[in-house]
Design a protein around this ligand. Sequence first.
Ligand SMILES: [Zn+2]
Ligand SMILES: [Zn+2]
Ligand SMILES: [Zn+2]
Length: 439
Amino acid sequence: MTNFPSLINANKYESYLSLFYKLIREMYTGRSKILSKYKISEKAHFLPVEAPEWLLGITDTPSDHLPITYCPTEYLLDPRETIKFCPECMRAGYHSVFFMLKSISMCAVHRCNLLSMCGLCCNRFLGTIPIDSYFDCPVTVGRTDIICRTCKLSWPDISEGHLDLSERADLLSALTVWKSHSDWYRSIVQGASQSSQLCKDYYSDVTRDSAIAPLEARYKLTSTERLLGMIEGGQKAYWIKFHNNLPLSEMATEQYHNLREYVAFYCLEIKQKYLADHDECCLKINSLTGYMPMHEARAPLCVPALAYVVLRLKLACAIWPTPNSVASEKSCFDNLFRYIEPDIKPAELRKLIMFIFLKIMGDIQSNVTRGRSFNILLRTQSVTNDFFYFRRTMYRWRTVCRSDFEMDSSCWISADGTYNKLSVMWYHDQSPYKAMMII
Ligand SMILES: [Zn+2]
Ligand SMILES: [Zn+2]
Ligand SMILES: [Zn+2]
C-alpha cells in the first residue's frame, strides 16, 4: 500500500466517499483493507462523526467533506442503502457531500435532479467488490470509463487522465456555488445541536416548508430551496428580541391587578386597530370557544378575528383545548404572567402582546395557505427561543372574510365538542387526521 502524503486532490465539498473511492483507486485495494489498516469499523465509516485518519492525509479541512458537518445523523442517507448522485458531476469524477443529505434532491451546479446509484455501482463506489473486477468484467461493472446502463452513472477514469480537461476545469470552478449551501446548512445544524425545534423541523420533509422563512430571517441567509428556485415569494419572517427567562420574583396582588389592566387595554388596542370591521367575525368565533357544541358548529374564516381569539386563549391558558371550554374573551391573562417579570415596562408588555397577535395571525395564514385542514393547539413547550418570530400577513388574507365569497364554502372554522377543539377546515380535506398548528 502507498504511504502518505497522498496525491489525491480533494475538490470543494467533495464527499468523503468520493475521496475514499479515489483512495481505493490509488491504493489499488478494497474498502475492508483500508478500514482495517486504520482500525475503522464499517459503522464508523458509513456514518462518521469525526474525521477519519485517512482523510486527514488528504485534506486540511476534513469537516468540509463529512455530511455530519451539515446535518444531524438521523437526516443523513446511509450509503449502504442509498447513494444519490448527479450524472453530470459524476462524469467529471465528482460526488458532493451534500448529496448525502436526505433533504437534498438537486445538484446546485447543474440544477438537475439527483439519481440513485444501482447496486453494482454502489458496490464499486464503496469499494465492496475487489478493484480488479473493474477491469475483468466489461459487461456489468466494466472498464473504468463506462456508463452504467442501469443507473446512467458514468465512471470516468480518474487515474489515467482520459477526462475532458476543460469540462473538468469548468466543473471545478463551478463548485463555489456549494459555499452558500455550506453556510446555510452549517447554521442550521448548529441550531439543531442547540435543540432548536425549528432547525430540526427544517430537515424533515413534513415540516421543512414552514421552517424556511423564519430560518432565513434568523441567520440572514438565503435557503438552498430559494437559491435553487424551488420556492418563491412567500411570507417574510421577522424575529424580535425577547428574553423569555421565567420570572424571578413572585407577583404581588397589586402588581397582578395593574398588569391585568394594562394587558386588557393592549388587547383592546389590537381590537380597535385590526378588527374594526370584524366585530361580527369576532363574536362568532368567540362563541365557538365559549361553549363546545356536541356536534360541529361553524363560523366563516376570518384571519384577524381568529388570531385575536387564539391570542386571548394563549394569554389565558398554558394548554388548550382542555376538558372544560374557555370563552376566550372572558378569560384571564394568567398564562402570560408565567413568562413575564412583575416589573416589566408597559411599553415592552404592549410590544409583546402585539407581537403574539401578529405571530398567531401570520401562522394562521401560513397554515391556511398550505391548503390542509388543521387543528389549533396551545402548548407550553412552544415558548422557547424559536417562538419569537412572526410572518407578515397579506392584506388579501386579513380581509378574506369580506372580499372572497368563494372562501365561505371552501374554508371555514369549526368547533367540535366531542374533542373540544377548534379547527380550520378546507372542504377538500376532511380526513380525520389533521395537521396541527401549535402555538
Ligand atoms: Zn452536478
Ligand atoms: Zn449503475
Ligand atoms: Zn372578519
